[in-house]
Design a protein around this ligand. Sequence first.
Ligand code: HEC
Length: 143
Amino acid sequence: MNRCVTAACFVLLCGIGMAPAQEAAPKSSSAGVFTEEQAKRGGLADNANCAGCHGDKLLSIAPQFPSLAGRAFRTAWIGKTIGEKFDFVRNSMPPKAERSLGDQVYLNIVIYILRFNKIPAGDRPLTPDLELLKQIQIATPPR
Ligand code: HEC
């Protein structure tokens, strides 16, 4: 094989090897897919828009409202994708005022719920890109 071909192959292989590494979304919520700061902001937005029914500590204030922590979280959130939960919340919460908040605000609230339930934070902020969010599965948090 002559040098040029070898070099071309090398570049090609590197290209193939690197492209997915740059583009790939983390596939599990264990990888630290949002920041602590986002969770904090989400906490404030939750207090203002959700806590009236879902409770201060994400424990529902009345039987008709589901809790969003503890066992309820494990049943309704683990194994789903962040995208599914984000999309549901954005399209149906608060009842009769769905889509009343910005996408990033809804996402921050979802992040707050994840963080509250011990899903680890990381260094990179998460953006409300539904396709990307649908690729991130919510995994059982580390103990
Ligand atoms: C007026 C009371 C009320 C407010 C305010 C409210 N919710 Fe709800 N929420 C409900 C009720 C009732 C249900 C159950 C009916 C349903 O699932 O559609 C529910 C269900 C949910 C669920 C589904 C259960 C689960 O664990 O997946 C999520 C998530 C949720 N709410 C998040 C939110 C968020 C986030 C906010 C704030 C943006 C919010 N809710 C504001 C009453 C409320």
